[in-house]
Design a protein around this ligand. Structure first.
Ligand code: BES
Ligand code: MN
Ligand code: ZN
Length: 506
């Protein structure tokens, strides 16, 4: 999918389709007004006849509009003019591009960037048009034997900006949107792949492929034997019941100066979580293929970062394995020694995410990080607490938590803070080891983060629980690619673009 930024009059666009807005009730947006005047009132006559009201979700495709150079004009409902927020804008774009894609307009010109969105500027609108378009046109039929291919799908979308002086800003917004969409698509694709394909080795292979594509990215894979030498007893206890080899993927993006301290992103990569011996119930267990979405979001954010050629150092650390029941699997009550030296009583083998993360977090100390952010589908309790609308954020450094929450607001990929108070930490008590891996039913997402906090004392750290946001269940089941937009926004805010496009190795 190709995007372009341009300025100019709607009646002068030679294109398969010009897309303009209609507000409720039956009011033309500025670009639609221009077409209406040029056509001698063609559009306003249709509105008077009641062909379109202007509600979000409505469209009306017109052919042969007098004095327009475009073959078609698509009217798109935008709702009440003053009530367009982030979600409405996204729905408007999704409706428009889905319609274009299905009605043969392979290259189209959109004036929907002129619609005012509450507290958002042109940059945001251009970027989000690109993100929403790529999201809407994403297909999940990779593994279907018959794909219903469209004969004339949407291939190129030109986004119109009001003035020539808006072009530079528009183009940079478009580049950000493309990079974020690339990252989101990478995360969605990996998330949706089933556990028998997307194994730890598969994730490692994907990371290696990324390092071939981006010169600034270096990938190292730590194998099981090395994990043993490093003393990663917690990570190894999770993989014990699996026949798939565990991997610890280290992906270093060097966009900054050698002396710049890196931002470390740690992603949970459980490619399938059966629960282990503390086995999960069967209904919806298939969704535990998504238990590597933290890992996928790290690879996605690194993709966006490399595409944008950001001027900072970012290191992805991805512990990845399967959690399976087996004769060799870890049993409830087993005590293991983590890389940090702390012993852990594994009271529930289904609380495995924190076990692989704790060793990855200890390993991350060697990078002398500026900050460490872990991203994980860590607790079902998080889905209960926040649902699918916000990721949970907790951390030991308020400015970092604050930056992440702000990145969530700016990108529209929202997060919400939960408290990491000492009182919660006191719930983690074991009679036989330094700490247990579970702490009762209350505040499950917080006590999981408390467990991690025992391994992150040496640096500024934040934890994101994405159990509710990484995928959707039900008839629209699929990975969302979250929180790639939030993470990329955080990175954009922290490190400026170096100003030139990266040259890809072919
Ligand atoms: N991967 C799951 C968390 C999860 C469950 C995410 C359902 C999304 C939907 C995690 O490994 C897990 O099983 N957590 C347990 C922890 C409990 C045993 C303390 C949970 O949340 O039930
Ligand atoms: Mn689990
Ligand atoms: Zn899990």
């Amino acid at each position: 999918m190709e995007f372009n930024v341009k300025s100019g009059s709607p009646s002068k666009q030679r294109s398969a389709c010009v897309v303009v807005g209609v507000f409720e009730p039956r009011r033309l947006a500025p670009a639609a007004e221009v077409l209406d005047k040029a056509s001698g009132g063609h559009l306003s006559a249709l509105l008077r006849r009641g062909d379109i009201e202007g509600k979000v979700g409505q469209t009306l495709l017109l052919h042969h509009v007098p004095n327009a150079l475009a073959e078609r004009v698509l009217l798109v409902g935008c709702g009440k003019e003053r009530e367009v927020g982030d979600k409405e804008f996204q729905r408007i774009i999704t409706t428009a591009v889905t319609h274009l894609n299905e009605t043969g307009s392979m290259e189209s010109v959109s004036y929907l960037t002129e619609i005012s969105v509450k507290s958002r500027n042109l940059h945001w609108k251009v970027r989000h048009t690109v993100e929403a378009t790529r999201d809407a046109l994403h297909r999940t039929d990779q593994l279907k034997s018959k794909k219903d291919d469209l004969r004339r799908p949407l291939r190129k979308l030109t986004l119109m900006v009001p003035k020539r002086s808006d072009l530079t800003d528009g183009e940079s917004a478009m580049r950000e949107g493309m990079a974020i969409a690339d990252g989101v698509m990478m995360a969605r694709m990996l998330g949706d792949l089933p556990g028998n394909i997307c194994t730890p080795s598969y994730l490692a292979k994907q990371a290696r492929a990324m390092s071939k594509r981006y010169p600034a990215l270096k990938v190292t894979i730590i194998e099981k034997a090395q994990m043993e030498k490093l003393g990663m007893g917690a990570l190894l206890s999770v993989t014990a019941g699996s026949r798939e080899a565990p991997k610890l993927i280290i992906a270093e993006y060097n966009g900054g100066k050698t002396k710049d301290k890196p931002i470390v992103l740690v992603g949970k990569g459980v490619t399938f979580d059966t629960g282990g011996i503390s086995i999960k119930p069967s209904p919806t267990m298939d969704e535990m293929k998504y238990d590597m979405c933290g890992a996928a979001s790290v690879l996605g954010a690194l993709t966006a970062c490399a595409e944008l050629n950001l001027g900072c150092n970012v290191i992805g650390v991805i512990p990845t394995c399967e959690n399976m029941p087996d004769g060799a699997a870890t049993k409830p009550g087993d005590i293991v020694t983590s890389m940090s030296g702390q012993t852990i009583e594994v009271l529930n083998t289904d609380a495995e995410g924190r076990l692989i993360l704790c060793d990855a977090l200890t390993y991350s100390e060697r990078f002398k990080p500026d900050v460490v952010i872990d991203i994980a589908t860590l607790t079902g309790a998080c889905v209960i607490a926040l649902g699918q609308h916000a990721s949970a954020v907790m951390g030991n450094h308020p400015p970092l938590v604050h930056d992440l929450l702000n990145a969530g607001k700016a990108s529209g990929d929202r997060a919400w803070e939960m408290p990491l108070w000492d009182e919660y930490n006191e719930q983690l008590k074991s009679n036989f080891a330094d700490i247990p891996n579970i702490a009762g039913r209350e505040a499950g997402s917080i006590t999981a983060a408390c467990f991690l906090s025992r391994f992150t004392k040496k640096y500024h750290w934040a934890h994101m629980d994405i159990a509710g946001t990484a995928w959707v269940s039900g008839s629209k089941k699929g990975a969302t690619g979250r929180p790639v937009p939030l993470l990329t926004q955080y990175l954009i805010d922290r490190c400026p673009e170096k100003g030139r496009r990266v040259t890809k190795k072919s």
